[in-house]
Design a protein around this ligand. Structure first.
Ligand code: APR
Ligand code: ZN
Length: 371
């Protein structure tokens, strides 16, 4: 088959804006599939790249929170079929190393997703005849994408594509941090700092586990409204008084606190929000080379556990379908994460809104009616 063309959101390597351009996509190789992308969330991890906080090879086809329909199978793919609806995994684990075999694909020692290449180190994408790189090995802000079959998880056909896309990153990250990393028990008190797509997913996970109280903190009052709808029992507008308000509501600190921004000011404050013996969970990812000072004597004295969470510490093939089933059963109101459905051409505005903290999740929805 010849390469296929696809309109895509390209980060050229400089500046803070996306350009929409037409890329060429080579056919899927052995073990890979071509996916017609139906939806792609606008995630904080894409913004890190645009704001020059994380280095990636360029030109980069952005987007890593995607869903779509399998339209072509590479050689040897037997566990997916054309027409399957799938959500995409950005942490493309080998599934054979010791970490993968131990149920920790996020710790895969062969991982190349951060290099924005396929697991074999190559790319199927090109722009004007030169290599282009799929962001986090997905590149879902594009009409089509090629991924390893193991990174395309079959989802129920009744699941909306926009919700399915969010399950591929923010939902898996947020619910996983609660279930796999922090293992929150019913009745434990919890604080969530930052209520974007990731923080709101943490709050929904906390509600499902029966945590109480669930305290949401954000600098944007609109986010706090969404957080309450997602299950927060208390909402605190971030200001100089945040720490003492949390102490007040929890009577001396929460059992568990999550940082879901990746901010170098709010991360060091996290252990201060938990009681002696509590857990501080780092979910938000800061810019590269961020060094954070902690009062180690205080951490030791109070016996605080610091947990660093990567992709929710989860197993996508196990967890994506679970989250889909919870949504379809009405237990996980993931629609409320989506504040706007946009066209690919509007993606710069969505990043601008994200920088100002104005909206929950914008999701790029693709129109394939002219394919
Ligand atoms: N204090 C309180 N809230 C803040 C602050 C602050 N100093 N700075 C930002 N926020 C809030 C914003 O208002 C917003 O609601 O944090 C939220 C961040 O959400 P998004 O920008 O939508 O980011 P999200 O996609 O949720 O990702 C968060 O997790 O996986 C990582 O790389 C990702 O680092 C990113 C983080
Ligand atoms: Zn993401």
């Amino acid at each position: 088959m010849n390469p296929r063309t696809s309109a895509a959101a390209i980060y050229p390597g400089t500046g803070d804006r996306i350009e929409i351009a037409t890329i060429a996509i080579a056919p899927p190789r052995r073990g890979e599939v071509l996916v017609r992308i139906m939806a792609s969330g606008v995630c904080g991890s894409d913004r890190h790249v645009l704001d020059n906080e994380w280095g990636v090879p360029s030109p980069t086809v952005m987007g890593h929170e995607g869903s779509g329909i399998v339209v072509e199978l590479g050689e040897g793919v037997t566990d997916l079929s054309e027409g399957d609806h799938v959500a995409l995994v950005w942490n493309q684990a080998c599934l054979t190393c010791v970490a993968c075999q131990s149920g920790k694909p996020w710790a895969c020692t062969d991982l190349r997703s951060n290099e924005c290449v396929m697991p074999d180190g190559t790319t199927r994408l090109s722009l004007d005849g030169t290599d282009a790189y799929p962001y986090l090995a997905v590149g879902s802000m594009s009409e089509f994408a090629v991924v390893p079959a193991s990174a395309a998880i079959r989802m129920p056909k009744e699941l909306p594509f926009d919700v399915s896309a969010l399950i591929g990153c923010s939902v898996h990250t947020g619910l996983g941090a609660v279930n796999n990393n922090a293992r929150v028990a019913a009745g434990e008190s919890a604080v969530v700092i930052g209520c974007g797509g990731v923080g709101l997913s943490i709050i929904m996970g906390l509600r499902l586990t029966g945590a109480h109280p669930i305290i949401a903190v954000d600098r944007n009052p609109e986010k706090l409204e969404i957080a309450r709808a997602a299950g927060a029992t208390h909402a605190i507008l971030a200001d100089d008084d945040t720490a003492s308000r949390i102490q007040e509501v929890t009577g001396g600190g929460a059992d568990v606190a999550f940082e879901a921004i990746g901010n170098r000011h709010t991360i060091p404050q996290l252990p201060g929000h938990v009681r002696p013996g509590g857990r501080a969970v780092l979910v938000g990812m800061p810019p590269e080379d961020t060094l954070i000072p902690f009062d180690v004597l205080d951490l030791c004295y109070r016996g605080i556990t610091i947990i660093a969470s990567n992709y929710g510490g989860g197993v996508p093939a196990r967890d994506f379908p679970r989250y889909a089933d919870l949504y379809l059963a009405g237990r996980l109101p993931l629609d409320s994460l989506i504040s706007k459905r946009i066209a690919l051409s509007e993606v710069n505005d969505a990043f601008q809104a994200m920088r100002s903290g104005a909206e929950a999740r914008s999701v790029v929805v693709f129109d394939h009616s002219n394919d």
